[in-house]
Design a protein around this ligand. Structure first.
Ligand SMILES: Nc1ncnc2c1ncn2[C@@H]1O[C@H](COP(=O)(O)OP(=O)(O)OP(=O)(O)O)[C@@H](O)[C@H]1O
Length: 417
């Protein structure tokens, strides 16, 4: 419906800000598009509103031939968009014409709709990038340095597909949302606009999948860093300096490392709207300094597959939300340590749901018979939280702490809900 001419691309960023001349305009228009639009009523007095200052950042791409008109229809109202390029000394502008009697609808519904649609389009065409260190300096002909090698990031994991406790997902998603909306709050409290997450748990429990889900959710690029391969503070400084904002830096398998302290200092002073994620299979091997409050805002424990996680996997892999065999699987999961990765692997083997579930049940029984030597998880990892030292584990009941969240730093309460 919106701008039906296929050759027209219109992308309006929600990050754009504009200075506006005209108080009515300021009151009614979403600020993101104010600087783009002149309004002209097609009957009665012409009213023009002009915005003079373009946003500092260039987030807008509009391509349309000069003076070309595009018709649009919104709730039966005819509208005309025109790109006006006639006055040389002035930048191109859009004129939107419509009958004066529709002014209220246009201001209250159509323009917000255009903005929303534009955001959607922008998100659709944005391809996320996954960058890894190039391992040296490469100078660009245009100046600056390329220290990261980038490829398209098309990891399919989302919060929807993650096998994780529903409540935990919700907490993480809300935390991310508060973070991206929190620029002013961070400024007010004098903190760098950054957020740190520690993801820990055995291999195959979804740490990488959670990072991908976070990136897809926020539309943030991902920078993957193996700290052990970074040779010097200078190299680390270059890498962090040349990261883009609105991105996630993933530091894999983070263990005791002198560079970590350096990274910590560097992190708060470079860029903004950045997330850092440390992942480890062994939280108990970490430098305690890393765990102290204020360094990682949130600790997320990813653990063995819970009945709730299994239901997500069954929906994703088999396309079913109920089955009579679910109860058998869930009973076995209560007492068997098996990762979501392993459960997913089993479900992938057979397409037909019932046969697949029977295969999974056999697998779980075998796993249970063979004991709990799953996936290299340490004893401390299994029992470090409340209630785990008192024999719960020995009685064969698996840790129910999958997806447990420990919020180390309560600064999120400062965010407006
Ligand atoms: N919680 C989960 N939800 C959905 N799929 C999962 C989950 N955990 C693991 N998987 C599946 O198992 C595979 C491996 O998981 P992933 O790489 O995310 O685990 P990891 O904890 O990062 O492992 P490692 O510590 O070895 O890097 C994924 O491709 C995914 O298909």
């Amino acid at each position: 419906m919106f701008l039906q001419t296929p050759s027209v691309k219109m992308v309006i960023s929600n990050a754009a800000t504009a200075m506006l001349i005209g108080s009515i305009f300021r009151e009614y228009f979403p600020h993101e598009i104010q600087h783009l639009i002149y309004l002209r009523h097609t009957t009665g007095d012409t009213t023009r509103f002009r915005v003079s200052q373009p946003p500092k950042k260039i987030h807008i791409l509009i391509t349309i031939d000069g003076n070309e008109e595009i018709n649009d229809i919104f709730n039966g109202i005819e509208l005309k968009w025109k790109l006006v390029t006639s006055v040389k000394s002035e930048p191109c502008r859009f004129e939107l014409s419509f009958d004066k009697k529709h002014k209220d609808v246009i201001l209250s519904s159509y323009l917000p709709y255009v903005l929303e649609k534009s955001k959607e389009m922008k998100e659709e065409i944005m391809t996320l990038k996954l960058s890894t260190p190039k391992g040296g300096r490469v100078y660009r002909p245009s100046g600056g340095m390329d220290v990261w090698r980038s490829v398209n990031f098309d990891h399919p994991s989302t919060f929807e597909t993650l096998a994780m406790d529903f409540e935990v997902k919700k907490v993480i998603m809300e935390d991310l949302e508060r973070f991206v909306k929190g620029r002013e709050c961070y400024r007010k409290i004098g903190r760098a606009w950054k957020r740190g997450y520690l993801l820990f748990g055995p291999p195959g429990t979804g740490k990488s999948s959670l990072v991908a889900a976070m990136a897809n959710y926020l539309k943030f690029d991902v920078y993957d860093l193996e700290l052990m391969k970074v040779r010097s503070n200078l190299e680390l400084k270059r890498l962090v300096t040349f990261m883009a904002n609105r991105s996630i830096l993933v530091v894999d398998d983070v263990t005791l490392s002198g560079l970590l302290n350096f990274l910590d200092g560097l992190w708060s002073s470079c860029g903004e709207e950045r997330i850092i994620v440390f992942t480890t299979n062994h939280k108990d091997h970490l430098d305690p300094a890393l765990l102290c409050p204020g360094r990682m805002d949130m600790h997320v424990h990813l653990s063995f597959c819970s009945p709730c996680g299994f239901r997500t996997l069954a929906r994703n892999y088999l396309g079913i939300t109920e089955h009579q065999l679910f109860a058998n699987v869930e009973r076995l999961l209560e007492t068997t340590k098996v990762t979501p990765g392993e459960v997913g692997g089993q479900l992938l083997k057979i397409e037909e749901p019932e046969a697949s579930l029977i295969g999974l049940i056999e697998f779980l029984k075998r796993k249970k018979r063979n004991g709990t030597q799953s996936s290299g998880v340490s004893k401390a990892e299994m029992g470090e939280s409340a209630g785990q030292e008192n024999g719960e584990e020995q009685e064969g009941k698996q840790s129910q702490r999958s997806g447990e969240i420990i919020v180390e730093n309560q600064d999120c309460v400062l965010f407006p809900k």
